[in-house]
Design a protein around this ligand. Structure first.
Ligand SMILES: [Mn+2]
Length: 338
């Protein structure tokens, strides 16, 4: 029997009342995008495109939502007049979903959404205020480890370095093929960072061995993990509308394999994910449909983790938090970087 298709809802699924197991959070955030523009409409285009994604996933014994509940929240749009104010508003928006019951999947929006998401993730019971317990797994063309870009330390090009400044314990990156000398120096000097470069994993002869090492390192993940997928980590041919498409990237199946490997890591709990730099493509929905397929895979993997007892969910519902002033304070007194 066909389900009712509901527009504006992820996968076209009817909205659920109350606290859902999975919450889809579109974030129309675009303040520092450097090259192309249009990341504000991208998340909604991705949700629309998700209506065309199959509800059948061979991993699951029934069609999505496979006994779970999925809710799509209204698109967030910042109202603060400055960047730090917007980052604090993003923290406030993300905070309630880290009670340990829901799985939040953020759809961005430029990659600058990552530091406020990480800051909110510190409320998750498995992190419990100590971000050194948290690992970030990042798919990206860019290392996003710059000190600043165009004098802006909270640029999308600094998403990973600012997250490390917040105290994140480990960062694993793949797909990387555009970075600066300063970023390479940081990769070599900060032992929290493990980077798999696309020139190695995509090498026509030796690529398979490098790729297997990436999958191997994912299988040894432990503790709470946030997965951040910048869609420009995929080869530019798959996501031509994203702000900075780059040739020589990961194949669709490599990203699917990465998502499956992260969620399958026996000692890790994937507490949240984001898919970012989604831009609506006009002549064909390829870019947003590719993002929607990855989002669906992440949701399916999370549901499988619940079914297999690998989601240590609390029963707590949405929680209230005081308004964040964290980033406003950072702009005057940055946290000491490790
Ligand atoms: Mn990025």
């Amino acid at each position: 029997m066909d389900e009712v298709f509901v527009e504006g809802q992820f996968l076209g699924l009817p909205p659920t009342e109350g606290d859902a197991d999975v919450v889809i959070l579109p974030l129309a955030f675009e303040l520092t995008t450097s090259y192309g523009t249009g990341t504000a409409e991208g998340p909604l285009a991705c949700i629309e495109a998700s209506g065309q994604v199959e509800l059948y996933d061979p991993m699951l014994s029934s069609d999505l939502p496979a006994g779970c509940t999925i809710r799509t929240e209204k698109a967030w749009e910042g109202t603060a007049g400055d960047l730090m104010g917007q980052l604090d508003q993003l923290v406030d928006h993300a905070n309630p979903w880290y009670s340990g019951h829901q799985f939040p999947l953020f759809l961005g929006g430029e990659h600058g959404i990552l530091p406020p998401i990480v800051q909110a993730a510190s409320n998750h019971p498995l992190v419990n205020g100590d971000l050194s317990k948290l690992t970030i797994v990042q798919i990206d063309a860019h290392a996003d480890l710059r000190e600043s870009l165009d004098d802006e330390p909270f640029s999308h090009a600094c998403a990973a370095s600012r997250s490390l400044d917040l105290g994140v314990g480990a960062l694993l990156q793949a797909g990387i093929r555009a970075c600066s000398r300063q970023e390479i120096a940081l990769i070599n000097s900060d032992d929290r960072i493990t980077t798999f470069f696309a020139k190695d994993t995509q090498h026509p002869h030796s690529g398979a061995s490098s790729w297997n090492q990436w999958l191997e390192s994912l299988s040894t993940l432990s503790g709470p993990v946030h997965l951040t997928l910048d869609i420009d980590g995929l080869d530019g041919a798959l996501v031509p509308a994203t702000g900075t498409p780059v040739p020589g990237g990961l194949s669709f199946w490599q990203v699917i394999e990465t998502i499956e490997a992260v969620f399958a890591a026996p000692n890790a709990t994937i507490i949240s994910a984001d898919i970012n730099e989604i831009v609506a493509q006009e002549d064909t929905p390829l870019t947003q449909f590719t993002a929607a397929c990855l989002a669906t895979k992440a949701v399916a993997c999370h549901i499988l983790a619940r079914q297999e007892g690998r989601w240590k969910a609390s029963t707590a519902g949405r929680q209230e938090h005081p308004k964040s002033t964290f980033f406003k304070e950072w702009s005057t007194t940055p946290p000491s970087s490790n």
